[in-house]
Design a protein around this ligand. Structure first.
Ligand code: BTN
Length: 243
């Protein structure tokens, strides 16, 4: 589909805005890019900071909104992460890896966060509108008091602008989302495995279960070998267990 493109200087959150519109029945495919978000959101209700550096935006923040009807939604966030990782990787001095379900890591530091939400448009309960929100760290931010320092694109591409990055990420991303809608995650599982940041590592799940990560299955589930046997995890927070 053709996408409407909107670039705004400031907004609360590109995801929040597209979710608002979808609930009102505005469901045309759109790309919304914000130079600054005042209430950026991360997964699990966490904030996504986008404190401003001097003149350059510290991150590229955008959301892609489109009606989507995949047979199975599981794995969409993995497919989206894979596409972004593959686009960013060739220029990077270190491999861009995928931390299930959808963070991008460079040397275990977070480079990209992804928040996917779906809305049921008013008046049409048969449709789902997907809002795919992506935040790419470009440069260090003054507000970065995070426990683990993030990674940023300027480490290997000091001149990268949000616009240049966006034009590199977008075409493969749109193609990936369309391919996912038709074929699901399975055709991409091998490519994901090649970048899996957790496979072979000791991990801890949010419910306290610990185990060894055995990679990601064809449906996008995380496979963890625990004392109670192999578990297929479809939703949980996962952290790498300190050794
Ligand atoms: C996470 O790491 O928990 C997900 C972060 C997602 C951030 C992006 S920035 C663009 C879009 N708008 C938001 O409010 N969040 C997403």
């Amino acid at each position: 589909p053709g996408f409407g493109v909107e670039v705004v200087a400031e907004i609360d959150s590109t995801n929040t805005e597209l979710m608002r519109r979808a609930r009102q029945g505005i469901t045309a495919p759109v790309l919304l890019v914000a130079e600054r978000q005042t209430a950026g959101r991360g997964r699990l209700g966490r904030p996504w900071e986008s404190a401003q550096q001097t003149s350059q935006p510290a991150s590229l923040t955008f959301s892609l909104g489109l009606p989507l009807a995949p047979k199975d939604w599981s794995g969409l966030s993995l497919a989206v992460g894979l596409s972004v990782a593959e686009s960013l990787d060739p220029a990077s001095s270190a491999p861009v890896r995928l931390k299930w379900p959808n963070d991008l890591w460079v040397h275990d530091r977070k480079l990209v966060g992804i928040l996917i939400e779906t809305a049921v448009p008013q008046g049409d309960a048969t449709q789902r509108y997907a809002v795919i929100g992506i935040g790419v760290n470009l440069g260090p931010r003054e507000a970065d008091g995070l426990r683990t320092p993030p990674a940023w694109v300027h480490e290997w591409r000091p001149d990268a602008t949000p616009g240049a990055l966006l034009s590199e990420l977008l075409p493969p991303l749109v193609a990936m989302v369309q391919a996912f809608a038709e074929c699901g995650f399975a055709p991409f599982a091998e490519r994901f495995a090649a970048r899996d940041a957790l496979r072979g590592r000791d991990v801890q799940l949010s419910d306290g279960t610990a185990g060894r990560c055995e990679g990601v299955g064809w449906g996008g589930e995380l496979r963890v070998q625990t004392a109670a046997g192999m578990q297929a995890i479809t939703s949980a927070e996962v952290s790498v267990r300190p050794v």
